[in-house]
Design a protein around this ligand. Structure first.
Ligand code: ATP
Ligand code: MG
Length: 312
């Protein structure tokens, strides 16, 4: 549905995108995460046809999207990260203004726009001034606007920023529903757990390059594979320690009371094999598992400039 290859974008002499490649399939709800200045907004503006780029290729819905033409714009609903100022414009007038760009006018259009507002929980604000809406309401109005022409692709730049937890939850529900209707959605955020909960896949960008892309499960399991194995001995700890020390895949064995943690460079099969060896040696073990990292930790590890760049 969306494919970007080796995208390079300069602002003056500053390379904001550094050979970014990305593929998003139809119907995906894709979470775009990265630290400030990583290039999320830049990528999203390019996808929305609002910004030219220096080199690289891009396809939207099977068609080559040529820099500077924006010929694919009508397929995209774009919600910018910044909501403008609209002196003396009321909510319904704002919606009607954007609808008129798509040639939608008259009573039918008004009813449709009202429905969209209602869907975003803004029907009682139709006659309020746009500038008087709260920040979260403005975000929802912006999303309603992006949906006016019923686009198959939605590009939402930090739609949840400034929202309180309840509003975030409601937004997630709305996005899930829009995704279930078959839309392809790209949503950016700094808050990885927020995205992880609803997205079908996640991409982490840093310094204008994709660092990791995959499902949340794939990313977590890759990450967890480098976490220590932690086991609790009920008896036979000495025998167990001997087995651990002799195993060529272990490193940094540390014990505290009857809990032992060890860095283990093996996959699931080797893990099972190690457990069998421990038991054969006479150890009794009540729990045995990989320590699980959390998503925030993963985000920090991947964006600290390490060399873990990979596609999973
Ligand atoms: N109009 C511009 N002129 C010059 N540099 C720019 C411009 N817009 C963005 N940049 C630079 O490009 C880089 C990427 O910016 P971008 O806004 O895409 O990051 P981002 O990932 O969206 O960050 P944030 O999480 O803060 O929104 C930054 O270093 C930024 O300073
Ligand atoms: Mg941004």
């Amino acid at each position: 549905m969306i494919k970007i290859e080796q995208m390079v974008k300069y602002y003056g002499s500053f390379p904001a995108l550094n050979g970014l490649s990305l593929q998003i399939d139809k119907g995906e709800l894709f979470g775009f995460v990265g630290p400030n200045g990583a290039g999320k907004t830049t990528t999203m503006k390019i996808l929305a046809g609002l910004l030219p780029y220096e080199s690289g290729e891009m396809w939207i819905d099977g068609e080559a999207a040529v820099s500077g033409t924006g010929s694919w714009k009508e397929k995209i609903g774009y919600m910018p990260d910044f909501f403008g100022v609209y002196d003396n414009l009321k909510v319904m007038e704002y919606m009607e203004f954007y609808a008129s760009i798509y040639g939608m006018e008259g009573h039918g259009a008004r009813e449709y726009l009202y429905e969209l507002l209602d869907h975003m929980g803004l029907s009682d604000k139709a006659d309020a001034y746009v500038d008087h809406l709260s920040r979260g309401m403005k975000q929802r109005l912006c999303l309603a606007r992006a949906l006016i022409h019923d686009p198959p692709i939605l590009i939402l730049d930090e739609p949840a920023s400034g929202m309180e937890p309840r509003a975030r939850y409601e937004l997630r529900e709305i996005l899930r529903q829009l995704s279930a209707e078959g839309r392809t959605i790209i949503v950016s955020s700094h808050i990885l757990p927020d995205l992880a909960e609803m997205c079908t896949s996640i991409g982490i960008i840093e310094e204008g390059k994709m660092v990791v892309k995959g499902t949340v499960e794939q990313i977590m399991s890759r990450f967890n594979a480098s976490n220590p194995l932690v086991m609790q001995f009920t008896s036979g700890q000495e025998e167990g320690m001997r087995v651990l020390k002799e195993n060529p895949l272990t490193q940094n064995i540390a014990s505290r009371g009857n809990s032992v943690s060890v860095i283990f460079h093996g996959g699931a099969e080797e893990e099972a094999d190690l457990l069998a060896q421990l038991i054969r040696a006479g150890a009794m073990i009540s729990s045995y598992r990989r320590e699980e990292g959390n998503l925030e930790e993963l985000f920090l590890r991947l964006t600290e400039g390490g060399d873990q760049h990979a596609e999973v």
